[in-house]
Write a protein that binds this ligand. Sequence first.
Ligand code: ADP
Length: 484
Amino acid sequence: MNSSFDPTGLHTELFIDGVWRNAASGATFPVENPATHEIIAHVADGGREEARAAIEAAGRAQATWGKSTPRERADILRRAFELVVANTDRLAAIMTAEMGKPLAEARGEVAYGADMLRWFSEEAVRIGGDSATSVDGNTRILITKEPVGPSVLVTPWNFPLAMGARKIAPAVAAGCTMVFKPAELTPLTSLALVALFKEAGLPDGVLNVVTTSGASSVVRTWTDSGIARKISFTGSTGVGKILLKQAAENVMRSSMELGGNAPFIILADADIEKAVDGAMKAKMRNMGEACTAANRFFVHRSVVEEFSEKFAKKISELRVGDGGVEGTEVGPLIEQKGLDKVEGLVRDAVSKGARVLTGGSRREGPGYFYTPTVLTDVSLDSELMSTEIFGPVAAISPFDSEDEVLRLANDTEWGLVGYVFTENMDKALRFSAELEVGMVGVNTGLVSNPAAPFGGVKQSGLGREGGKIGIEEFLETKYTAISI
Ligand code: ADP
């Protein structure tokens, strides 16, 4: 069965102050299906003028929205959750058409994104505070929470629905207004999500969206505006650093979900079936185009052969093709650049002695397809050891001691997530404590969950999305001293 993608009713305009409109210049940019190269839509190409209008709308709406009741915000999020769930198939079809992931994964992402909306609808009414007494006993200290204010949201293309939902939901719950710039490669899912928020009753001006082919000038307009108080970004570490510098000029609060270089560690006592299952999820979800993707497999020498063979067999059986065809398990990469990068990384690893157990080449087009690949005996000086692969390529290196593998795992500037497989809980806890990451998967290849604080340390970012602390990213703490 082919994709149910249907362009009828698709939003392709900017959304500013509650109104859908085109760019003043009339400019648009094309959106391509990476499996077929077909242009599926032309989307409004906003510039500085539209960016300015959007942030001004967010600025105007903040005063009223910031005083909305927690119940009102919770109810809007709950309705948005229900609408997203009711529109699962339509959203999944849009996402697959513009991004390439298989429909089954796209539906899974809709469920995850929807769950973020539900989680924060529940958190909206639980924003607490605190009170204390001054050390001399003369003052009552009252601690309250307030929305941080108009927030800039910038998202990547790899999870077009979930990344938007993960930022919009806590911002709505906290009472912040927003200007939102989705990735230029995948704007359609975000526009569809925003339309559902309007339907759910989000007041005009609270959420404004500018799609653009000129990311830097739109986002710069926002960070320079003096209106925006916060930036929440998910994307590459390089762009994150640029945005942190821009945010610094106006001392904006910043949340950054940046790149990763996840180690996937299999100890000698691991359950190999569990490890293979976890590896499939940690490597192959989203064609490997995830910041949480396992990038470096370190496997104890005593089990490396068994694991590699079983893993390579499963990988070689995956059905590769157009994600819009039901039953496809691995879709195309997002664009030519990504495909060229993956090809270059594999070539480099092979030139340094890696053996190809399965895959190892791009697939004939159309579509940016790379055959799922397992490399073993990967030399530690291969480029893919220090580069986010962002593709369906697993690189396996053996290790001998636990101290050695911890040193290798931590030998990176990134620190988003690490995976460890062992049947020994003491060892699991040791690795959990010693891995320099924000998240650890023990005997699991999947860590994302609305109830969990998602985020990294080192150059993987600042702040957390989800969990109890997720809403704090959009809240300011105020302290009032009351003389008693
Ligand atoms: P990726 O490598 O995953 O595409 P990027 O960091 O390049 O990640 O992109 C993530 C998001 O950041 C996208 O929405 C993109 O348009 C935006 N972006 C890229 N460059 C800039 C920039 N200089 N200023 C602001 N946003 C940017």
